[in-house]
Design a protein around this ligand. Structure first.
Ligand code: KG4
Ligand code: ZN
Length: 353
């Protein structure tokens, strides 16, 4: 098989999704196979790190088997193995990294280390049989990475150069959704449940505070919103909360969506970038999708929100980042160690606009 057509095998286990993908040099996803652990963590109302790593251990090797069988590939068809080595839950990362190292050694394949956030930032460039980025969508672009673990604005200059121009000072937006869902008894994970419950609700019924509303400041803060929601829910009482659930969810959701879009619009004005992406699990939010598409149309920017399976944690985005790094000659050695935080090798730098 010509090298460009040989896929890379990618492994992602940084949090609570076990994911394996085969990706080609042009970002074409040959196959993506993911197993989420939501049901295992749901009784605890949040991710239990020990359960996450144990579940990766049970699921990862069988998932790699499924990925190769379903795509009719053998390890001999692969060009390399890419693995998420940072940032994330250390025990979870360790399962992926140890597995990737063992396979690279056993199959005599090169190993490439990828940063998880870098993966989210490159997800807008993924393609498959039914989806592709718009013509001409390439580096540099502005990206809002918004999930349960991160909420940041980046200028994605090129592979290995990601300038973070704003980030959350406390909770991530997904975390704010999940905590509110827990407060009103909707369950875990909360983002999608709030999205569904908000349908038909009045987004102006309950005024929630928005933080850091200064055009010069591209940082986010969601802790004040969370505290004010907690006070409101206590004051309303259980019966009123349940009878107003749709209005509460619509109001809370609108506050987060408006905050994210306000900052994104300011960042676009400052950077003047005409290509914009929204990525990460929260980009599944129907209100965020609708409002951001309307905003992009009104100011004539090219907006990409990757399809859902590429927005939430997945190995396809790791495969593409890994392939580009592989083509650049990067190789990880067998002493590759996972890191809970991003390291300098990711190319993520703090910047200002
Ligand atoms: O990217 P992701 O799968 O994992 C992390 O890296 O965190 O994102 C998960 C987050 C969770 O907080 C979840 O509640 C949120 O994405 N989420 C949503 C929706 N679907 C998932 N938030 C708002 N609306 C949704 N429809
Ligand atoms: Zn993520």
């Amino acid at each position: 098989m010509p090298t460009a057509l040989r896929p890379i095998l990618a492994i992602e286990t940084s949090c609570d999704d076990t994911s394996v993908a085969l990706v080609r040099a042009d970002g074409f996803v040959v196959g993506l196979f993911s197993a989420n652990q939501d049901l295992k963590h749901a009784p605890y109302g949040g991710i239990v790190p020990e359960i996450a790593s144990r579940s990766h251990t049970d699921v990862l090797m069988p998932l790699i088997d499924v990925a190769l069988t379903q795509t009719q590939m053998s390890f001999r068809d692969l060009c390399a193995i890419a693995v998420t080595a940072e940032p994330g839950l250390l025990g979870s990362l360790l399962v992926g990294v140890v597995t990737a190292k063992s396979l690279a050694l056993g199959w005599n394949l090169p190993l490439v280390s990828v940063n998880h956030i870098e993966g989210h930032l490159l997800a807008p460039l993924l393609r498959d049989a039914t989806s592709a980025p718009p013509e001409g969508f390439q580096f540099p672009y502005l990206a809002l990475a918004v999930s349960g673990g991160h909420t940041s604005l980046f200028v994605v200059h090129e592979l290995g150069h990601y300038e973070e121009i704003g980030t959350t000072r406390d909770d991530a937006a997904g975390e704010a959704f999940d905590k509110f869902a827990k407060m009103v008894g909707l369950g875990y994970p909360g983002g999608a449940l709030i999205d569904r419950t908000a349908v038909g609700g009045n987004p102006s019924a309950f005024p929630f505070p928005k933080a850091l509303r200064d055009e010069e400041n591209l940082d986010f803060s969601f802790s004040g919103l969370k505290s004010s929601a907690h006070r409101l829910i206590t004051d309303l009482g259980e019966a009123k909360v349940q009878s107003s659930l749709s209005d509460l969810c619509a109001s809370y959701q609108a506050t987060i969506v408006e905050t994210l879009l306000e900052k994104l619009a300011w960042a676009q004005k400052k950077t003047k970038l005409r290509r914009v992406a929204i990525t990460g699990g929260v980009s599944a939010n129907s209100e965020l999708r609708k409002k951001s598409e309307a905003w992009a149309k009104s100011c004539g920017v090219s907006l990409v929100i990757p399809k859902l399976s590429y927005c939430t944690d997945n190995a396809a985005m790791i495969g593409y980042a890994g392939y580009l790094r592989f083509l650049r000659g990067e190789r990880a050695t067998l002493d590759l160690a996972p890191s809970p935080r991003s390291t300098a090798r990711s190319g993520i730098v703090r910047g200002h606009v």
